[in-house]
Design a protein around this ligand. Structure first.
Ligand SMILES: [Zn+2]
Length: 186
């Protein structure tokens, strides 16, 4: 099987807030340094929100606040939106940004640096499986895995190279993804 690796949202704002976040960014770098040859394509995504609006209810609205569970994060062009310094982004073939003005979780909703919708860019690459890792397990890793399964790819999630906000949410996500047909690998 020819595979693509998706490294999801290894960004400062997430690496700082998520337990094991920075450790995961380092571990993905190490994995790619050793195993780069296993992948036809290495994709990295970034949450890339607008700084001047609530991104479709994804950010709390000042000063009234909102029902959003999120605080402001990953505003385009700010240090919080940069890749974690623990992640070596020189190992990446394709950079995808998502969430510009919208509460997007899946990188399949994003666009490449060239401005192309990511699904179109991925469809040109001859792969039949995707290997997914990154932050956060129960949100953007989960959403990427579900969309990849829907598109017919064989999906493996690398649990040792992923982290979520809580252990319980990680485990629930892995059970859900396994039930949908994904393989969870340590
Ligand atoms: Zn976001």
């Amino acid at each position: 099987m020819a595979s693509a690796l998706f490294a999801i949202d290894l960004q400062n704002d997430f690496a700082r807030k998520i337990p094991r976040g920075t450790e995961v960014a380092e571990a993905v770098t190490e994995h790619l340094r050793r195993r780069r040859g296993d992948y036809e394509l290495v994709v990295a995504s970034r949450d890339w929100h607008d700084g001047d609006n609530d991104n479709g209810g994804h950010f709390p609205l000042a000063p009234a606040g909102s029902a959003s569970q999120w605080t402001t994060h990953c505003v385009a062009g700010t240090p919080g939106a940069d890749y974690s310094s623990a992640f070596d982004d020189s190992l990446v073939d394709l950079h995808v940004k998502k969430g510009q003005g919208r509460p997007d979780y899946s990188l399949f909703r994003g666009t490449t640096s060239g401005g192309e919708p990511f699904p179109a860019a991925l469809a040109r690459v001859d792969i039949d499986s995707v290997v997914i890792c990154g932050l956060a397990t129960e949100y953007c890793v989960r959403a990427a895995a579900i969309d990849a399964l829907d598109l017919g790819y064989a999906v493996t999630v690398l649990s040792s190279l992923s982290a979520g906000y809580s252990r319980e949410a990680e485990q629930a996500t892995y059970r859900e993804l396994e039930a949908l047909g994904a393989r969870i690998s340590g």
